[in-house]
Design a protein. Sequence first.
Length: 365
Amino acid sequence: MNPLMEYCPPAFDDSPLSGSPFATLEPAPRDGVAPDQFHATSNFPEYVKIENHGWLLAPESRMDAVLVFDGATLRVVEPRRLKKGELVVTGRTENGEEGIFVHPDGFVQVDESSDKFTFRSRGTRETPFSRSYDELYNILKHDRDHGHIVWVLGPAVSFDKDSRQAMQGLIETGYCHALMAGNALATHDLEASRFGTGLGQDIYSQQLIPLGHYHHLDVIGSVRAAGSIADYIEQAGVQEGIMYACEKKPIPYVLAGSIRDDGPLPGVIGNAYDAQDAMRVHASKATTVIAMATQLHSIAFGNMTPSYRVEADGSVRPVFFFIVDMSEFSADKLANRGSAQAQAILTNAQDFIVNLWNNLKDAPS
């Protein structure tokens, strides 16, 4: 089953878009500086009408960047990465008035209900998510072989025995093509591999272990002594866990540091902009994103993830974004930061990942 929704492009041959002027291009005045009245991108498909080229669609986008025309195609560039003289699209209207058209409705499905007033039109903690799970199963089965599935994980996944095993299984069976996380996820996953604890608490019984609050610090020291996560896994004989699965497969991962990290582990990127650049590599390739139990990383990755992707054959497909959290606030905050396409599944992160694995582990390859 192909879960992808058909894309409906704008009607450029019809009024008013048929009469749109060509967009104005202005050179960047210096490195890292956009010209006045630059057009800031959204995560929706955005078309620009270029003289001698017609309407062009950027192959992928992100929020709060600019559009650069390189003589043949459009590129989406963070303003800090602009080079002096690059031609930047200017104009702050979005309906063709200045040769720019933002198209948020390309994948909109018609609501079968014609009622103007309804109950339960918005997802909350009392919403049943059975259909959301079924849709996600189908999407993951499709994108395992025909997409780029990115997971954005908080450390909660590593605090439970079953959820760690489930995430390891999903990685090993192809349902993860890249992992975004912080120092904590990797640290506590490796702590669980060595001590069977998360922050000193047994990951199955939840019993507090005497002096267990040293465990994650001991692991950090051991990994730093080994030189890298990969070297530690080999030297310590680690045979299970999330980081083990990533190294064994191998699956690329980006560990973005924060101001409160212990350690950190080798490989954690302490510079925020270097971390953003590393995450952007996978955001620009993502076809499905599952962000779970990490508000900061979810919003950060959401801001740099487009809602669509232009395939090699020129077709346009949606990028699916799921946020999994117990808190409605986290899902709402992501939407309020511009990721309106994100679908929320409000549940315990450990229960979610185990449920997902139980329904996918026997799927045919």
